[in-house]
Ligand binder design. Structure first.
Ligand SMILES: *Cc1c(COP(=O)(O)O)cnc(C)c1O
Length: 216
């Protein structure tokens, strides 16, 4: 039961941690079940899928883009997206600023840092993220707010490795937090959110533990 899963999670996680219900591949009916249980923050990893779900659901839902974003898709979500988790290049940031400006909005973003050992995971190095944050170009973007960092750990059950990867991201977050006014550290999914929270996460992205397994 989706509503029971949501309530159980809400009771389990500390109040300073936000829960993003990851509804990718799932129908609007599932989203509405979570909505009726009081949940308002949903995450999707494809822009077009998020756009069509946004059109079909109530206005007070906050839509988070948690997946890799192609620059030519930013325009479709710029009118409504509430947080973009996986910004991983200066060019993407520039496009988000441009589209946010067109919509007379300020769009909140997180920089995705690569913490997993797998080659396939997207994300910037810590050094590249620091360079981007410190650049004058970034400082001059009036229509974006970089409010923290996001990371995806390696797909493993080795809790020692997960702990090390989350700790690495937390350290980076703490180092930059004061200077850039960070408020959000997005890390942790269905399989590893407990370890992520123990290591400083302020936002977890949970899909299958709420909506069940996905059939791609
Ligand atoms: C799919 C996805 C999640 C949720 O994964 P679950 O294991 O189903 O909880 C979290 N973050 C990102 C970036 C995802 O793509």
């Amino acid at each position: 039961m989706i509503s029971e899963n949501i309530k159980k999670l809400q009771n389990e996680i500390p109040s300073h941690v936000d829960l993003v219900a990851v509804s990718k591949t799932k129908p609007v009916a599932d989203i509405m079940e979570a909505y009726k249980a009081g949940h308002r923050i949903f995450g999707e990893n494809k822009v077009k899928e998020m756009e069509s779900k946004w059109e079909e659901t109530p206005d007070d839902i906050q839509w988070h883009m948690i997946g890799h974003v192609q620059r030519n898709k930013v325009k479709y979500m710029a009118p409504f997206v509430s947080l973009i988790h996986a910004v991983d290049s200066p060019r993407l940031l520039k496009e988000i600023n441009k589209q946010a400006k067109k919509n007379d909005r300020v769009i909140s973003c997180l920089l995705q840092i690569k913490i997993a050992e797998e080659e396939s995971k997207y994300g910037m190095s810590e050094a590249d993220a620091e360079t981007l944050l410190a650049s004058e170009t970034t400082a001059n973007f009036q229509h974006i707010r970089i409010q923290g960092l996001m990371g995806m750990a390696t797909f493993t059950e080795d809790s020692k490795q997960l702990t090390e990867e989350f700790q690495k991201l937390k350290k980076c977050y703490d180092r930059l937090k004061e200077t850039y006014g960070f408020t959000t550290l997005s890390m942790g999914m269905s399989g590893d959110y407990k370890i992520a929270i123990d290591n400083g996460s302020t936002m977890i992205r949970v899909g299958s533990a709420i909506f069940g397994e996905r059939n791609y």
